[in-house]
Design a protein around this ligand. Sequence first.
Ligand SMILES: [Zn+2]
Ligand SMILES: [Zn+2]
Length: 81
Amino acid sequence: MNIAIVPPVSHFDLYGRDAPECGTCEGSGQSSYLHGPYETTRECPDCYGTGRFARCPSCLDGTTWETGDTCPTCDGYTSLH
Ligand SMILES: [Zn+2]
Ligand SMILES: [Zn+2]
């Protein structure tokens, strides 16, 4: 199993509680997909395998990669975990 690369700022650090369960993987941290005849699992792309996912509140204000901004809250990941 690979070590997950996650945003450096956690939801818990900001709010004192964990981020909500990730809806994409239903909290498992893994998403499954069909690879030919086999079903394979890989790290969930939304929550980086943490099983938790929340949109970064600062990025909702319009901070995006396109403007060249690096969000001070999430360091450009646009999400918290
Ligand atoms: Zn997930
Ligand atoms: Zn952000």
